[in-house]
Design a protein around this ligand. Sequence first.
Ligand code: NAP
Length: 252
Amino acid sequence: MAAGIVLVTGGSRGIGAAACLAAADLGHTVAVNYVHNKAAADAVVTDIEARGGSAFAIQGDVQSEADVLAIFSACDDQGTLVGLVNNAGVVDNPQRVDEMSLDRLTRMFAINLIGSFLCAREAVKRMSTKHGGTGGAIVNLGSAGSKLGSPKQYVDYAASKGAIDTMTVGLALEVADEGIRVNAVRPGIIDTEIHASGGLPDRVAQLESKLPMKRAGSAGEVAKAIKWLLSDEASYTTGAILDVSGGRAILP
Ligand code: NAP
């Protein structure tokens, strides 16, 4: 794949930030999307530039179609899109399904699922040979929760990630002969700020001893898998869902 623009949604922090560095290491110009934290996105851009790479920060909420269109338009201004990492995602405070409000469910599915669909749609319009593009790669962020179901915590989140698994397979087959590979990584417990944002700042420490490797993963470890799936090294890999979970939930 020739170097071009790789968009990482939610690239300002956590796994997304590590994925931005990885995409830059592949020689791409990285569009570092964020929704609120401009300082964090700017810091990722500075990191990439300090390593001799190229990047720009772009604000936008992936659940807003207008924002998604603006994000992709900003990418078009910088060059040819060759990759998308559908990483932006949220959790919520632990609740049973019988407690969940419509607002909560709407936000969860709008960001984690519809946002990923909107971004995939715009990426395919640009990268598909059917639309005059030159091909590319999409990497979706799933979760081990799609197999565990996350009872008494966030079944809604797990279900949104189950749909990401399905979208990965369906879209991969839809565009397999149009120059686009579509894959997913399915992280386990990764040490990022997402757990605190769901009201569980100690989640990693509490779970570590129960994990197969007795430790959480790092954002960088997930980014290595994303980097491989983005790269030509994975040229015959599409529709794959790669568990990067330290063995958590590897059985169905
Ligand atoms: P994180 O540390 O909480 O970072 C979330 C990122 O997403 C931030 O860059 C945030 O931007 C951005 N974001 C949030 N809502 C957005 C929206 N509506 N539009 C655009 N960007 C948005 O999360 P993480 O742990 O790195 O998780 C990244 C992905 O991996 C998610 O899809 C998550 O579900 C998945 N995952 C994580 C784990 C884990 O244990 N960490 C496990 C399995 C799967 P701002 O900085 O502007 O807020």
